[in-house]
Design a protein around this ligand. Structure first.
Ligand code: HEM
Length: 160
């Protein structure tokens, strides 16, 4: 939702993201893993992008290196929700965004991968906090994710 160039992200939306994250946080390593297992089920070719999966004889779901990436996606979405409400934009440090953009281009991440990840993220949250889940919560996480990804993608375009 945008008005006069500023994104409208309400206090209620921030609250929905923050309160569900505060419940999920204690299981964040498992959830991070679950998120990527879902992504690999839907889009198995994405496994090949991860150097530590390519080079490892251990099955992906048992690879301890997979957890931190999934956790990062959760944490950064949550931070994005807080920033969206406070400032109306995603305020990730510019150097971090530039690095994320450049790195994800290099790994070969494309729009469809971000789409699959959004779907998997929302499913993971739904299963993690079924008692809290609602269409409003889905929309709040979805928006926080979309704006974060838009900020990363803006740094993925070599022409920018
Ligand atoms: C690496 C964040 C989405 C694939 C990383 C790293 C971070 C990160 C922090 C570590 C490297 C660095 O700091 O530059 C995120 C965030 C995402 C996201 C915040 C979305 C909001 C995706 C998606 C894919 C992906 C959709 C593909 C399905 C990768 C790969 C690596 C990586 C392949 C390198 C892993 C390795 O081989 O070491 N990501 N990522 N990421 N990401 Fe993401």
């Amino acid at each position: 939702m945008e008005s006069e160039g500023k994104i409208v992200f309400t206090e209620e939306q921030e609250d929905l993201v923050v309160k569900s994250w505060s419940v999920m946080k204690k299981n964040s390593a498992d959830l991070g893993l679950k998120l990527f297992i879902k992504i690999f089920e839907i889009a198995p070719t994405t496994k090949k992008m991860f150097s530590f999966l390519r080079d490892s004889p251990v099955p992906a779901e048992e690879n301890p290196k997979l957890k931190p990436h999934g956790m990062t996606v959760f944490v950064m979405c949550c931070e994005s929700a807080v920033q969206l409400r406070k400032t109306g934009k995603v305020t990730v440090r510019e150097t971090t965004l530039k690095r994320l953009g450049a790195n994800h281009s290099k790994y070969g991440v494309v729009d469809e991968h971000f789409e699959v990840t959004k779907y998997a993220l929302l499913e993971t949250i739904k299963e993690a906090v079924p008692e809290m889940w609602s269409p409003e919560m889905k929309a709040a996480w979805g928006q926080a994710y979309d704006h974060l990804v838009a900020a990363i993608k803006a740094e993925m375009k070599p022409s920018h």
